[in-house]
Design a protein around this ligand. Sequence first.
Ligand SMILES: *Cc1c(COP(=O)(O)O)cnc(C)c1O
Length: 387
Amino acid sequence: MKGRNLLMIPGPIEFTPEVMASMAQPTTSHVAPNFIECFGESLEMMRDVFLAPSAQPFILAGSGTLGMDAAMANVLQPGDGVLTVNSGYFSDRMGDIARRYGGRVTNLSADPGDIPDASEVARALEAGDFAIVTITHVDTSTGVLADVEGIAGVARDAGCLVILDSVCGTAGAECRTEDWGVDIHLTASQKAIGVPPGLALLTVSPAAMEVFESRETPVPSYYADFAEWLPIMRAYEERRPGYFGTPAVNLVAALNTSLKQILDEGMDARFARHERLAGAFRSGIRALGLDIVPASDELAAPTLTAIRYPDGVGPDLVPEIGAGGILTAGGLHPEIKQTYFRVGHMGAVNAADILATLGAIERALAAKGYEFECGSGLAAAQRALCD
Ligand SMILES: *Cc1c(COP(=O)(O)O)cnc(C)c1O
């Protein structure tokens, strides 16, 4: 009766008490020395979290969609060929944005729960004239994980820039941005980075900055233009004040705290923790006789699981799970929306959260009349966690 819910959706997620406390510090001037330090240090830490040591980081006030918009607006020139490696809802959005800026978009699709692999991408690239390849790291509508390393490799070989939408992946799903050849890696604060909604974060490779600098037409977005933001990011990193648009001071303070917590855990340990918890969660789901949307375990994301409703159960399962204190999300992929639900498990998530969620799913399934052995999902997950 504590009125306490556990937020297990694909963002916003549960944030650490330290991050929330940072948000609540008095708002300072965006040119105060303590804020300049906080902003500058956050930009530096982004390179370590994104594993992009030579990239230019950007911290912008806005949601993840602004990050997608900014990436496209700055490196796409009208008439450029764009190949979207499409795994669902947010891949469609990336295509829409590219079209808006005059891109010739080719959609390389797969059935829901699947994603084109590197060899299919290589064939598509040979068959056309492309400047940009977009990848959705974890498609939030299906829980499908992309082979970023493989796809970015073939895109690079074809001379394309790679834009990675990792809004549902960064700091949860492994991404070796620079080693793998990702040019623009973008995310939003409210997912695995662990900061309340309101920041778009990007790292941009030297090659992508060169494309931006040599463009022949002006960037068609005023707010998202790197030409306006680059001097600001440089100034803060050099611990000087700068102004183009007021930074989200409290959110940047929270970001600074979260990035420190992420680096204290260590990137490898963090990726491994997400894999381990996701694996235990899937074991529990399967033990209940339920299926996941991704076509195989290799395609299942470490940050989010999409689960098909069993026969006789439908979308009213989600509020029933909610009545048990765990908030999950309904389907999102337009073709299969009514047939599955989604559980986010990223950021500060721990084993207790995974077990609490499976427990609430079991009770909700029982309430809906689904026949299964009560406790079997919990036992399977617990066994995986004890291993
Ligand atoms: C959440 C999400 C977005 C959109 O982010 P907003 O902050 O809601 O604008 C884009 N891409 C992916 C993969 C996401 O998960």
